[in-house]
Write a protein that binds this ligand. Structure first.
Ligand code: 2M8
Length: 435
């Protein structure tokens, strides 16, 4: 592997690189060797952003192996299963999803087993950043030419069949899709879902994770019900019992649509439709999800038609969206640094409202701070010239990642690591911010 750049402090560089090398399977990177032994969609995009500092070729491979499992309808699956890993290592395994048997209607690939859900579309942004790390080599290998049509089809799926609310935004149909599985934001819409009976499946995650840090059995019963119903409908995007418009997923879609405009210009395609779509999505995001009174983007429950009255970190992620009105940026910054998230006083950003009734500093997406959301917010702060906070967050990501041995998530008050260690996106994004 060619090491291209090495400007990060040696301890950060070497330790983050060691995690990425250890988690590399030969064609992609597992989030964790134990808890998540397959390829995950948004993990791979974040990982590619860090990998580009070690090997642009490997970063390209990361993205292309994921896009190689794309379905005929354009969806990029949230998990691509490694056939050499035993089915008992992760639940739900391929025999639950049965993607290759879903066949013609959804165009799932015949030779690769995947899940049927999606995750936030960080991929075009990642492809653009990977290209920019070494444009000449990228061009020589035709990287953008190959990924562009796949990324276009991916965004068309998200803004087409997944525009379930009819206003242009993409909707998520399972709490695994926005990537923040057990965020309290989903508690309301999820409470309507009848869980499958306990004992009808086996939670492999508890072989490796502390039950106090993971979602509850009741959550899992509902996750399984939703995923099984989707599967049994042949992954058709109608009749969803759970559908939400998430500001995080939509912000990443908009940032990626802007990246697609850049990619289009490089490959000789017309960037204008991408710019127009990004502008339309930004308008819809502001119109549908902005809560001016509380200075945060809300998630919208598409089934009830109501905004969800919870503050999650996803509501701050639109800082990544270019061209927001100044008053929106100012209000988001005030919320980020105010009593609900306390950036400045705390080094990182909690995943959920510190004053919220469901806040828990150690349980997964119900309070702990995560490194991917911090990376997004750092980039947003920098884009809007909020450099003091951006610089502080940047150093907190790097030091917090190293000190926690690249933990999956950390206690927002103490920085104590939780979840798995040697977690790939923590290493990748710390490396990216350290460079
Ligand atoms: C977590 O989600 C998976 C299901 O997709 C799980 O709990 O088993 C989330 O943190 C998600 O955002 C992440 O992509 C995945 C792998 O790191 O783990």
């Amino acid at each position: 592997m060619t090491v291209l750049l090495d400007t990060a402090p040696p301890s950060v560089y070497a330790s983050a690189a060691a995690v990425l090398v250890r988690n590399w399977t030969g064609s992609s990177t597992v989030p964790s060797r134990t808890l998540y032994p397959h390829q995950w969609s948004w993990d791979s995009a974040f990982i590619a952003i860090g990998l580009r500092h070690l090997s642009v070729r490997r970063a390209q491979r990361e993205l292309e192996s994921l896009l190689g499992a794309q379905w005929g309808d354009g969806r990029v699956p949230h998990i691509v299963f490694n056939p050499s890993v035993p089915h008992t290592a992760y639940f739900p395994s391929p025999d639950f999803w049965r993607s290759s048997a879903a066949g013609a209607a959804s165009g799932a690939p015949a030779g690769t087993e995947t899940s049927g859900l999606v995750q936030p579309p960080v991929h075009a942004l990642a492809a653009w950043l990977v290209h920019r790390a070494d444009p000449a080599a990228s061009e020589r290998r035709g990287f953008l030419q190959r990924v562009y049509p796949r990324l276009v089809a991916w965004h068309s799926y998200l803004t087409g069949r997944r525009d379930l609310g009819g206003a242009g935004l993409t909707a998520n149909v399972h709490p695994w899709e926005p990537g923040m599985d057990n965020s309290p934001v989903w508690d309301g819409p999820l409470s309507r879902i009848e869980p499958v009976p306990a004992g009808s499946y086996r939670r492999a995650d508890l072989d490796h994770g502390d039950p106090a840090d993971r979602p509850t059995d009741l959550d899992y019963g509902r996750y399984v019900r939703l995923a099984a119903d989707y599967r049994d409908r042949g992954y058709a995007d109608d009749a969803h019992a759970f559908a939400v418009e998430d500001p995080g997923a939509n912000a990443l879609l908009i940032a990626s649509e802007h990246a697609l405009a850049g990619i289009a210009a490089e490959v000789g395609a017309d960037p204008a439709p991408h710019r127009e779509r990004a502008a339309r999505l930004t308008g819809a995001l502001l119109e549908r999800l902005w809560d001016a009174r509380d200075g945060i983007f809300r998630c919208r429950d598409v089934i009830s038609g109501e905004p969800i009255d919870e503050r999650g970190v996803a509501g701050l992620m639109p800082l990544l969206v270019p061209g927001l009105p100044a008053e929106v940026v100012g209000a988001l910054h005030a919320t980020l640094t105010g009593p609900h998230f306390r950036l400045g006083e705390l080094p990182l950003v909690p995943s959920y409202d510190l004053k919220g009734p469901a806040f828990d500093p150690s349980r997964y997406w119900r309070g702990p701070a995560w490194f991917n959301t911090a990376w997004v917010i750092e980039r947003g702060l920098r884009q809007y010239g909020l450099l003091g906070d951006a610089d502080a967050l940047r150093s907190a990501v790097v030091s917090g990642a190293v000190e926690s041995r690249f933990a999956e998530y950390v206690d927002p008050f103490t920085g104590e690591g939780h979840g798995t260690r040697g977690f790939a996106w923590t290493a990748a994004l710390a490396l990216d911010l350290a460079m």
